[in-house]
Design a protein around this ligand. Structure first.
Ligand SMILES: NC(=O)c1ccc[n+]([C@@H]2O[C@H](COP(=O)([O-])OP(=O)(O)OC[C@H]3O[C@@H](n4cnc5c(N)ncnc54)[C@H](O)[C@@H]3O)[C@@H](O)[C@H]2O)c1
Length: 392
């Protein structure tokens, strides 16, 4: 495996290191999703040899398709619920690093499809870890779960990695279960410090260009902005810890690098934003409306909604202290970049594709412009934002 294993390190590799990733064989599940597409593009720009394993893109349009993410990787279409398919993917990819992101990732959908959510998020994790166990040769596994994996005590203090997992709704509970699976597999099959090293990574709500997820605030706002209809905002007073998608993605990369260096990084890690980036949904809507280069009206949608847990704050002291990780993008830079991404897409749409997927020309667009190079736009944001000054 030749990754400098055995070296004792007290602070992990705190920046994303192109020398580490160049030529590295990486198996990424969930590469057709929102976070997965950003991760895949970043890995490609670092020179990694990426194999993606997922179902197809989950939205129309999708960042994966618009940014032609599949051009720079080996794309395996498959279902993480299918143990044989996952084993075959690990065998053919022969990865040094595995990053597991594939999931049914929507809380609301978990109420209408609870079995699918558990099957994907729990048995999918079992199947990925089991395939790694059976095939062997993997240096490090990063399993992406969520801040929602914690038992939400509805308190104001930050949750630390040694706090109990739980979850009120099927999605959150499935992520708590995925944590338990990861801990059991680590203890039972991956305890050799010179063998495969496994960690789980817990991060919260992310924002960024290219998200078309249902029932997510920023995609809802961008859809409304482009169609010129008022956005319906469910809980304007809810405080949420917003962060740019590149923040946790940088954490996953730094964690994988650190795991490859030393077994002392095995375990669970929180990757959350600083407290100053926890803001109400209403504040975020107002700020996005200021930044959007056109009209963006919104109304309060006070209809009945499924239970939404109160703000769950992550304490990321461990990642800061032990990995030396800092979130590279603060909230204002995150919002500017996100709005700029959708606005650029709208302007270049030329009537062929808009951020809503509808043929209508977007505000600010001239309806004749040449198509935006979404891949170049996204890679340029990765290049500039990873070096953004870090909030203290
Ligand atoms: N987006 C967020 O705000 C957020 C917050 C916390 C944690 N997460 C976690 O990060 C990861 C990525 O989230 P995302 O926002 O990119 O989600 P997404 O819905 O955009 O993408 C999900 C990905 O998983 C794949 N997938 C779904 N079911 C599958 C199956 N049965 N077999 C194979 N692939 C399957 C999809 O094809 C897609 O590639 C997930 O594990 C999610 O739970 C996301």
């Amino acid at each position: 495996m030749g990754n400098g294993k055995g070296a004792v390190a007290h602070v992990g590799v705190n920046v994303v290191d192109p020398a580490f990733w160049s030529g590295k064989r990486v198996l990424l599940t969930g590469h057709t999703g929102f976070k997965g597409a950003w991760m895949a593009l970043w890995l490609q720009s670092l020179g990694a040899d990426v194999v993606g394993f997922s179902l197809g893109a989950q939205s129309q349009p999708s960042l994966y398709e618009l940014a032609r993410v599949g051009e720079g990787l080996q794309d395996l279409t498959g279902d993480v619920r299918d143990h044989e398919a996952v084993v075959a993917a690990v065998r053919s990819a022969a990865p040094e690093i595995v990053i597991h992101m594939a999931a049914q990732a929507l809380v609301r959908r978990s109420f209408s499809a609870p079995r699918e959510t558990y099957e994907t998020n729990v048995m999918g994790t079992v199947n990925v870890l089991d395939a790694v166990r059976l095939v062997g040769g993997v240096s490090a596994v990063v399993n992406v779960t969520s801040d929602k994996c914690y038992e939400n005590r509805e308190w104001e203090w930050g949750y630390r990695e040694n706090e109990p997992v739980g979850g009120y709704d099927p999605y959150s509970s499935s992520k708590g279960c995925a944590e338990l699976v990861t801990a059991a597999y680590t203890r039972s099959f991956f305890s050799d410090p010179d063998g495969t090293r496994v960690s789980s990574a817990r991060a919260g709500n992310v924002i960024g260009g290219g998200d078309w997820g249902e029932d997510r605030l920023v995609p809802d706002l961008m859809r409304a902005a482009i169609t010129g209809t008022p956005a319906r905002v469910r809980n304007p007073n809810s405080i949420r810890p917003w962060q740019h998608v590149l923040n946790p993605v940088s954490g996953y990369l730094v964690l994988a690098q650190s795991l490859a260096q030393s077994a002392e990084y095995v375990g669970a890690w929180n990757f959350g934003p600083p407290e100053s980036d926890a803001r109400s949904a209403g504040w975020l809507v107002e700020r996005v409306a200021e930044l959007w280069p056109g009209e963006l009206a919104w109304t309060h949608d006070d209809g009945p909604h499924p239970h939404e847990a109160r703000y769950l704050k992550l304490d990321s002291s461990k990642a800061r202290g032990r990995l030396g990780w800092r979130p590279p993008v603060d909230l204002d830079a995150a919002l500017r970049a996100t709005v700029a991404w959708y606005a650029a897409l709208g302007q270049g749409a030329g009537g062929s594709v808009t951020p809503t997927g509808s043929p209508a020309a977007a505000p600010g667009g001239n309806g004749r412009g040449s198509a935006t190079d979404v891949r170049a736009l996204t890679v340029a944001q990765i290049e500039s934002l990873q070096h953004a000054p870090s909030p203290s």
